[in-house]
Ligand binder design. Structure first.
Ligand code: HSE
Length: 433
């Protein structure tokens, strides 16, 4: 069979667009031999072409007119790597309406507007692929949508933000505070100049909304996901966690309960023997559990030009195959319903607490009484003297509804002997053997 040419237009020539372009240049012949698709980059659009980049497309395919790329009848597939929900969203809507298959790495757009975009794709009978939106090179979207489709999945647990995992790893391994490691990560290009989306958990939240839709078939608004970042994590807590056999990770967790779903992004103490505990630096991993497949974990580089470019290129190849075989629009939206998200106070978890208290007789008794009255049971308590007047109490609760813990802590913080609730971090249960 003669290879068939498939033309693509790339919108946005930043890190991901550039990685995709370089990879298609480097491996294009091999891709053609394997797939019988000659994937040709016909146009690349960006707002400007002055900035220095590792690889530059030739002048004849460069443009600043993204709309013209979409309207070009020769272009079969539009690749969107601009990001955000401004111009990118308008362009993707226009491309789908014009009957082009679309490949995107835009997690915010898929998390917030996926439903509408899938309806548009279905109406036009084209593909909408987004493997690069979650976990960079990790093939999690296709795994959940296709390979694991026969299993009823009940848990998705991921380290899906490389910046925060890098920062927490450096804090743990070097005993340094958050601000210092963040500043260094920014200097080295591991963190953005504005780190908000990463360190406050918003990036992970978008990715969790997507994972929930794919793994559980439930559409959740990002606002319904309880989200905490890592700014309040201190070397002191990391050290206590290590002494107790845990590492601290920013987790994105989705768990199905009868008819409802638990969705949260927050730092957590992860048992050192859990496979996610060994995910270091800027790597990502997603752990899922289902009735058929059991435990599955996928691990890899969650960001960067070539890793994310590789995920996008995989989607481009799949879209090209579907064009060649006349079967576009084969993989439909997986969502069946809106997610009924469990309120936070009903979420059951074990929690690590660090309290600063007056070092006087009876203090521990008062605290224990408040826990008991709220129905919170303690798994362990360590008391350390910091000076003659203050003691630090580190406690881990047994699993209980968060609402019970809120009640207990409200009473405890009101005690005159309690100087501060210094930390409250959830603890992940031990993995099953
Ligand atoms: N900012 C993301 C991260 C990479 O730090 O993992 C792109 O999703």
């Amino acid at each position: 069979m003669e290879p068939r040419q498939v033309n693509i237009g790339i919108l946005g020539f930043g890190v991901v667009g550039g990685g995709l372009y370089r990879l298609l240049l480097k491996n294009g012949e091999e891709i053609e031999r394997r797939t019988r698709a000659r994937i040709r980059v016909a146009k690349v659009a960006d707002v400007e072409w002055q900035r220095e980049r590792p690889t530059y497309p030739p002048a004849e395919i460069r443009t600043t007119d993204a709309l013209a790329v979409i309207q070009d009848p020769r272009i079969d597939i539009v690749v969107e790597t601009i990001g955000g929900v401004g111009v990118a969203l308008d362009l993707v809507r226009a491309a789908l309406a014009a009957g082009k298959s679309v490949v995107t790495s835009n997690k915010e757009m898929i998390a917030k507007h996926g439903a509408e975009l899938f309806d548009l794709a279905a109406a036009s009978g084209v593909d909408l692929f987004f493997e690069g939106a979650v976990g960079g090179a990790i093939p999690i979207i296709r795994a959940l949508k296709e390979s694991l489709e026969a299993s009823h999945l009940d848990l998705v647990l991921g380290i899906v933000n490389g910046t925060t995992n890098y920062i927490l790893t450096r804090m743990m391994e070097e005993g340094r505070p958050f601000e210092e490691v963040l500043a260094e990560a920014q200097r080295l290009g591991y963190a953005e100049a504005d780190p908000t989306a990463d360190v406050d958990g918003l990036d992970a939240r978008n990715k969790l909304a997507i994972l929930c839709a794919i793994a559980f078939g439930l559409r959740a608004s990002v606002e319904s996901i309880h989200t905490e970042g890592i700014r309040s994590i201190t070397p002191t807590d990391i050290q206590y966690a290590q002494q107790m056999g845990y590492v601290i990770k920013l987790l994105a967790l989705g768990r199905r309960h009868d008819g409802r779903v638990e969705l949260r992004v927050h730092p957590a103490l992860v048992p050192r023997n859990h496979p996610l505990a060994s995910v270091r630096g800027s790597f990502n991993a997603v752990f899922v559990h289902g009735d058929g497949c059991g435990d599955v974990m996928l691990y890899g580089r969650g960001a960067g030009d070539l890793p994310t470019g590789a995920a996008v290129a995989g989607d481009v190849i799949e879209a090209a195959r579907n064009i060649i075989n006349n079967c576009r629009g084969r993989v439909l939206c997986t969502c069946m319903a809106d997610a009924d998200v469990l309120p936070n106070e009903e979420v059951v978890t074990s929690t690590y607490l660090r309290l600063r208290v007056a070092d006087r007789p009876g203090v521990l008794g008062k605290i224990a009484t408040a826990f008991g009255e709220a129905g919170v049971s303690l798994a362990s308590v360590i008391q350390l003297d910091t000076d003659h007047h203050t003691a630090e109490i580190v406690m881990v609760t047994h699993a209980c509804p968060e609402g019970h813990l809120d009640t207990a802590l409200a009473s405890i913080e009101a005690l005159d002997v309690v100087k501060a609730l210094a930390s409250r971090i959830r603890v992940m249960e031990q993995p099953a053997d």
